[in-house]
Design a protein around this ligand. Sequence first.
Ligand code: ZN
Length: 336
Amino acid sequence: MNARDDKQDGLRAAVSSYCARVGADPLLVQGAGGNASWKNGDTMWVKASGTWLGEAQRADIFVPVDLAHLRAAIAAGDLDVVPRALAGSSLRPSIETLMHALMPQSVVLHLHAVEVLAHLVRADFAAPAPASAPWCWVDYHKPGAALAGAIAARLREQPEAQIVFLQNHGVVIGGADVGEVEAILASLLACMRTEPLAPVAPAGAEASTMATLTTIPDEGIQQLALDPRLYKRLRKEWALCPDHVVFLGAEAACYADADSFVAAQTIGADARLAFIAGVGVYAAKDFGAARTAQLRCYYDILVRQPSDAVLTTLSMPQLAELLDWDAERYRLAMAR
Ligand SMILES: [Zn+2]
């Protein structure tokens, strides 16, 4: 094994170890969200689509892609380019691969980190002036080619940026090595941290007819129905982040009380996730870990909002393109 291979193995081990640590913290990573990459000559190793960062040391989650090919496409303005997996890998590169190729640094980390997201969803977002590295801001765009195009345009203006804030989405951090990325993230989290609201006590009320739904065993998620401040936001400020909407839908099914919920079931309302004010949050039995992680992330963001914060939600056209609604469904939604 030559020196270059040694360096490559060392980088892989360092990135994997860091990803496993980051991926174990639900305030940093939710389910399969977030991704990481490192570059080695004309190859970029990037997290495969659908894999979990937390599994980085237990499973093969990185796929090598042709970086020269991606950079040539980017230079030609082709942001719809499909990354080429190398070495016959059967894994599919993350849909956010282009974001990693656009960053010039060796190691790139992209997270939907709660402490950062809590700021990124505010209408009056003001960067807390992280002194650790130069940063830039990118308005909300649909993840994929549209977002990559917006990041590319911003990086042409600010090529020195090592922190890219993505409105209503997350943050991208680039560094020369894992240590630098880790230091930047730590400083960001330190200056963006918000003290969460204190939880309210459960009211002790029980919804009587919940045959099809079961209570979600997460005290934070239950607060979305129990805390009137969060419930009010939930009704008006549901569509905050793209993953949240993709996993949990464009709107929340809210009920003023258990009787309203039961009445809605009798007229055939689709009940997979229900928020019953003062009672609790209920979901279908097959709701699953990925959706639960998204819902918990949503709670974690809301509980960090000052009472006067105005949040930016995804607009109806943004929801439509995110959920691939056809024109008819979009028109119906708009007419509501
Ligand atoms: Zn993302």
